[in-house]
Ligand binder design. Structure first.
Ligand code: ADP
Ligand code: MG
Length: 258
């Protein structure tokens, strides 16, 4: 199955008569059933890239396909699961009903067993009836991820899902996300500003540079799965993180790979 394919993709926003060149000449080829992390300075177009994949924006130029289809086709069939930074749960719906929401929105009737399995998968058994306001930030993020997974997506898009969490919680959420991901290996693209999170979770890391947003490198992550927390302390892990931070610091014109 072909994965994610972006060819000659540029994107411009128009705001108050001004044009913002958010993405320029993006060429990307990402395998199906793989986990991709996207890193880059603020404003380099990471969220725009995700929004193109989610069919929330359309490229000004170029083409985007996912598993051989246009994102619009996947979205219409309810095949895209999305979790963004602010968990955006409905405060008046309990955990179970928040997770059921995406299923209902895509016209499917959620089965209670399926939802309870997801709740168990994200480690929230016992909190089915809790309201978002009664949960910690990490728990709310897990509800958002469960909600994105509920539709059994072909494409899972995560935009800085753990951005608001402290380092310790983030590390345990990363382990959790890896465990969940290994169950189904949905084709996943995750934006993060944490290099170590990217290296811990991803099969490949896409490095972007700003003004206009460009891909400067795609770095393969060779570590076997499942990856244990020990990996975070290994020399190999640190040297890959160093390599990526150097790529991030490099001026866009140097290091421009594709
Ligand atoms: P990132 O997620 O990497 O921080 P974004 O994709 O959000 O970057 O934004 C890329 C560029 O596009 C930025 O300069 C941002 O200000 C601009 N931008 C993003 N969304 C809009 C919008 N809806 N209208 C106008 N400009 C936008
Ligand atoms: Mg963003």
């Amino acid at each position: 199955m072909s994965g994610i394919h972006l060819s000659g993709v540029s994107h411009r926003y128009r705001a108050k008569g001004q044009e913002v060149h958010a993405l320029d000449g993006i060429e990307l080829e990402l395998p199906a059933s793989s986990f991709t992390a996207v890193i880059g300075a603020s404003g380099c177009g990471k969220s725009t890239l995700l929004r193109l994949l989610a069919d929330l924006e359309h490229p000004t130029e170029g083409t985007v396909t996912v598993h051989g289809d246009a994102p619009a086709s996947l979205r219409k069939r309810g095949r895209i699961g999305v979790a963004f930074q602010d968990a955006s749960l409905l405060p008046w719906r309990d955990v179970r009903r928040n997770i059921a929401l995406t299923l209902q929105a895509s016209g499917r009737k959620p089965s209670r067993e399926a939802i309870d399995r997801l709740i168990a998968l994200v480690g929230l058994t016992g909190f089915e009836r809790s309201l978002p306001g009664q949960l910690s930030g990490g728990m709310r993020q897990r509800v958002a991820i469960a909600r994105a997974l509920a539709i059994e997506p072909d494409l899972l898009l995560l935009d800085e899902p753990f951005g608001a969490l402290d380092e310790l919680l983030r590390t345990s959420m990363n382990a959790e996300l890896q465990r969940i991901w290994l169950r189904h290996r949905h084709t996943t693209v995750m934006v993060t500003h944490s290099i170590s999170e990217a290296v811990f979770l991803a099969d490949q890391v896409v490095v972007m540079s700003p003004r206009p947003g460009r891909v400067t490198a795609v770095v393969h992550v060779p570590f076997e799965r499942p990856r244990a927390p020990d990996l975070l302390r290994s020399t190999e892990f640190h040297s890959l993180c160093d390599e990526l931070s150097e790529l991030l610091a490099a001026p866009a014109s140097a290091g421009a790979v594709p």
